[in-house]
Design a binder for this molecule. Structure first.
Ligand code: ATP
Ligand code: MG
Length: 431
């Protein structure tokens, strides 16, 4: 029995012992074991068992269960309002087109279940009576901070090419290096990724990009990203600035996607008078092809479009930006600019950025008005003045503009007075 000791949460311990009382074997497995031995708190606890799905349901007949994926052997059990996925030991059916198989075979042998898993660090199991089951050197690879496939890397990538990207994802999230034989097979087999659904690629790529090791992995395995992201230039050297900016940036998906693509038009040597606009356009096409949702696509395009538009660090200017982009996107824009100017050469830019950030913080702290929602009057107030239809919206927009420009205060009385003045003026000029 391996000496590693993992303190299981009560519910997990209860699930394992319930399955055991019903005559089955059961372990925690995969990511949660890896996280525990690395002293990290797992996000979820995956359980594997010799019990077939129906037997799992019988063992938990007093609990609510959900048929999460019966054909793949997964039943979710709800214990104290929390869901736990319990999956029957299985081996995968035949792999076709380098994708995960539709059919699986249930087995009673944990060792075989572990051998179908992707990397040694993900192929360990644990329970309180057997301790750690580590058949492929997962512990050693964790100690050496290494990602290595279970079995021959080339064969494992041929079975399921998404594992190529998963290897890079774990290298980035865990900050591990990739074992040389696995790395070689990644480079050799990268074209198999063409067969993988874009949605699956996007999910792994996003996790990779927001993780601490993103810049290292992007640099070292650029040829793989060139394969999956259309429109990238073939020369990784061109991307040095982008990688550096990503290394300096917050772990935010939209910010990092913008930093990856902000100058893509120039990197592709496109001749245009509006490089930021063109890069934003290319980024939209690229991200749509990777099936990113519209909100992500449009936010990234906006960040790229304005990555170097001048922003004066004044109340009026910052409020205008907050109004146009919204608070969340404006904050992301500042993060993009901070990452892009993070070099001592840019001391002046950084100083100005710090002033802009401070200015924004003051506006937010004081709850200053920069949107219709916080304008001190609304449509009904203007209806009461006799305005109707489109004129109401137009007047509100106009008043908001004056408030944002700090020409009038956001006070009900002053706003109404200004509205009346404007009305009188327009009525006069009509006569
Ligand atoms: P995370 O904490 O990021 O969720 P994880 O290790 O739990 O990491 P998942 O994608 O949730 O990763 O997968 C759960 C487990 O299933 C993995 O640890 C691995 O053992 C196995 N696995 C997942 N995908 C594959 C795959 N494509 N090929 C082989 N095994 C896989
Ligand atoms: Mg997981």
């Amino acid at each position: 029995m391996n000496q590693a000791f993992i303190l299981l949460p009560d519910d997990v311990s209860f699930i394992l012992s319930t399955l055991s009382v019903h005559g089955h074997t059961a372990y925690i497995v995969g990511g949660c074991v890896r996280d525990c031995v690395m002293q990290k708190t797992p996000e979820d606890w995956d359980i594997c068992t010799s019990a077939k799905p129906q037997e799992t349901k019988e063992a938990f007949s007093d609990f609510r269960t959900i048929d999460t994926g019966l054909s793949h052997g997964t039943v979710t059990v709800i214990v104290r309002k929390k869901p736990y996925e319990i999956t029957t030991y299985r081996i995968d059916g035949d792999y076709q087109d380098n994708r995960r198989p539709e059919r699986v075979t249930f087995i009673s042998d944990l060792a075989k279940d572990l051998s179908r898993r992707d990397f040694t660090v993900n192929a360990m199991a644990y329970n309180e009576s057997q301790g750690l089951v580590d058949l492929f050197g997962g512990m050693r690879d964790i100690e050496n901070r290494r990602i290595r496939t279970v079995g021959d890397a080339g064969e494992r990538f041929l079975e399921d090419a998404l594992r190529i990207l998963r290897a890079l994802r774990f290298a980035s999230t865990l900050g591990f290096a990739i074992d040389p034989a696995t790395a070689r097979a990644i480079h050799e087999n990268k074209s198999l990724l063409q067969t993988i659904a874009k949605e699956r690629i996007q999910a792994e790529f996003s996790k990779l990009l927001v993780a601490p090791g993103a810049h290292t992995v992007l640099r070292e395995f650029y040829d793989v990203f060139f394969e999956i992201i259309p429109g990238l230039p073939s020369d990784a050297g061109l991307f040095n600035q982008n990688f550096h900016a990503i290394a300096c940036a917050k772990h935010d998906l939209e910010v990092r996607l913008a930093l990856l693509l902000y100058n893509i038009a120039e990197l592709n040597a496109e001749k245009t008078d509006f490089p930021a606009e063109r890069s934003a356009e290319i980024a939209k096409t690229v991200l749509k092809s990777l099936r990113y949702e519209n909100k992500v696509v449009s936010t990234v395009a906006t960040l790229i479009l304005h990555h170097d538009t001048p922003i004066a660090p004044t109340g009026a200017c910052v409020k205008k930006w907050l109004h146009t982009l919204g608070e969340t996107r404006f904050k992301k824009l500042l993060l993009v600019r901070r990452a892009l100017s993070s070099s001592p050469k840019n001391e002046n830019l950084l100083e100005e950025l710090a002033q802009t950030e401070q200015c924004m913080q003051e506006i937010l702290n004081k709850n200053d008005c920069f949107s219709l929602q916080t304008l001190a009057i609304g449509g009904n107030d203007l209806l009461a003045l006799g305005l109707a239809g489109k004129d109401v919206g137009n007047m509100l927009d106009h008043l908001l503009e004056l408030v944002i420009a700090e020409k009038i205060p956001n006070k009900e009385e002053k706003l109404l007075k200004t509205a009346v003045e404007i009305l009188n003026r327009t009525n006069k000029s009509k006569k």
